[in-house]
Write a protein that binds this ligand. Sequence first.
Ligand SMILES: Nc1ncnc2c1ncn2[C@@H]1O[C@H](COP(=O)(O)OP(=O)(O)OP(=O)(O)O)[C@@H](O)[C@H]1O
Ligand SMILES: [Mg+2]
Length: 243
Amino acid sequence: MTRTRVIAVASAKGSPGCSFVALGLAGRLAEGGVETLLVDADGEAAGSLLTVLGLLRGGDAPLLGGLGPVTVAAVEGAALAAGRGLRCLDLSGEPRALDGRQLADSCRERFGAVVADLGHQPGRLQREIVAAADWLLWVAAPDRLGFERADRVLGSGALSGISAALVLNRLGSDCLADAGAVLAERHHLPLLARLPESARAAREAARAGCPPQRSRDLRRQFTEVARCLVPDFEGRGGGDTWP
Ligand SMILES: Nc1ncnc2c1ncn2[C@@H]1O[C@H](COP(=O)(O)OP(=O)(O)OP(=O)(O)O)[C@@H](O)[C@H]1O
Ligand SMILES: [Mg+2]
């Protein structure tokens, strides 16, 4: 493995699947042998990733934040084990005194990949994480409302400045046929993946230990996204087709 990739995942509001995609990508990287840290940095929805992972908020781990520097040891102490090769750091909810760049630097020293769920309401911490990240992944839902919201937030420049890409999630019968192409062209973003609305994936994701990258409907797409963002990711582990 060469250099650690830090991948920030963001979206407009309306639950287009920002956490779902962050979790699926982090899970796929971990399964492929990349030691991965999933950071829940959603300033609005507290503890949603921990809940999906079946972990206890707070747990036994000390909280990260405060006046001291964000060291590797502090990250190590605060990250909860979420599966083989996967740890989860919960920074969701109320903003904490924490330097996002220091956080990214410390994570790079310890992990092979970092996937940060930024949610839809970026504040200081989220902007700092993006500034230190290698990729910003925008998740958009392709129905009319999802398209309009994504178009607005992408145009606002609320988060920008690094390599960015688009993931279209929840493709279903009510989606606009060209939503992905229009967003990609209008905002100069490569369209990295098109994930279907999958009732099976949602059902499976609701059961702890069966996160979205395991779903037969989405496994190939998550593998492709992981390969695009982490160039030496070979996609092994757990098999490319599941089960
Ligand atoms: N491709 C999909 N197929 C089926 N269900 C999905 C898909 N993507 C997301 N979901 C489901 O939609 C719901 C919302 O997804 P998620 O929590 O990831 O949205 P979000 O953008 O993070 O929203 P929030 O603003 O609440 O943080 C979840 O129950 C999730 O399991
Ligand atoms: Mg979320």
